[in-house]
Ligand binder design. Sequence first.
Ligand code: GDD
Length: 427
Amino acid sequence: MPVYKAVILIAGPQKGTRFRPLSLDVPKPLFPVAGIPILQHHVEACASVPDIVEILVLGFYPAHEMAAFIQEMASQHSSVSIRYLQEYAPLGTAGGIYHFRDQIRVGNPDAFFVLNGDVCADFPLKDMLEFHRSKAEAVSTLMATEATHQQSVNFGCIVEDKTSHSILHYVEKPETYVSTLINCGVYIFSLQIFTMLQTVFTRKQTEYYNSVTGMDADTSKRDAIWLEKDVMVPLAGTNSAFVYQTSNWWSQIKSAGSAIYANRHYLNLYTRDVSNSRLVSNKEGGPKIIGDVTIHPSASVHPSATLGPNVSIGKNVRVGAGTRIRESIVLGNSVIGDHSLIIYSVIGWSSKVGDWSRVEGTPEDPNPNKPFAKMENGPLFNSSGQLNPSITILGGHVVVPSEVIILNSIVLPHKELGGSYKNQIIL
Ligand code: GDD
């Protein structure tokens, strides 16, 4: 029986800054989307591939920050080994794979998946694996999707042989247009990859120590290895790297705004499994539910409240009478008062919204009129220094009084607001 493994790349604390303030309280991969941590969606996708025996999460977050999550995943998926391996420094997208090569190779897997931890998708891993198996000469299979001409340059761009699907040319974030076929950050590699990584590692070390300008304090030049530049670029044109193209839902989760978009899509994926207890339905004596909604069993929602579509309510949350919530994530221990309205917003952990208040943001969804459009991870401010319209985010432990309006604003943790705000970052 073939044996496979999976590696999930999650980087570390200095990365994911565009996800602030949501990543101030919890490592970004553990931020809950559709009721579970972003990373759990990856783990579940990998664990559903029958031949995957081990999932290795690689990053440079301190191990103790990941421990409870890994333990929880291990207890939920007893037939798969799940471990976190901490890099001693940011080693890039392939440096950790090389550093922990013995851990990946042990058990002699036929191949292993690599998933970027900051993408979300309806991951077609089983089909992708079947495709990879059908290519006897494949050292690598890369998942790709179509993007718009304009947005493609923000991703890895691929030119393929349309018949064999072998990668002819790969350019990481090109300066000018190359192709609308983009890298989804999901790969399968055979163990031959380690010979390549060994060569790249030795070259980088030699260049660093032989540098005429002397040894740079920035050791990332010596230690970091990149799947994109150091592996995919040289593999292109060798007839050993292939493209598996998908039209399934796929997106990056870079900005906080993308959490609301991902929330909607992941909730929708739950509808495929009718027995899935993560979605709630209308029940006698319960709140009115519209569309896809998840409510943690410990939360209490007043029967006269209306939730949905696309709402996730966290642990121990309380929602008052007559309150309306849609397209939003309400994180654990928050309290929403009576007759309030929450739309396109993230309410941080242990925050409080009073009665008769309105917390509203603007969706940052991909342009629906452009086929293949992806989320824009645009800047926070426009050229005249104003905050671009965004979802509204309340950081953890924020207090919003009664009878105010908070519109398109980002509130940093531990703020007690005194009135209404519009288009502001409240520090
Ligand atoms: N373990 C580890 N160590 N993970 C890392 C490191 C590191 O030093 N640096 C980045 N990562 C992880 C990130 O958490 C993310 O999941 C993934 O590697 C890629 O992150 P970036 O290096 O920021 O690249 P990107 O997201 O701008 O672009 C990559 O992903 C796109 C798809 O989302 C590229 O692979 C593109 O070609 C691709 O289109």
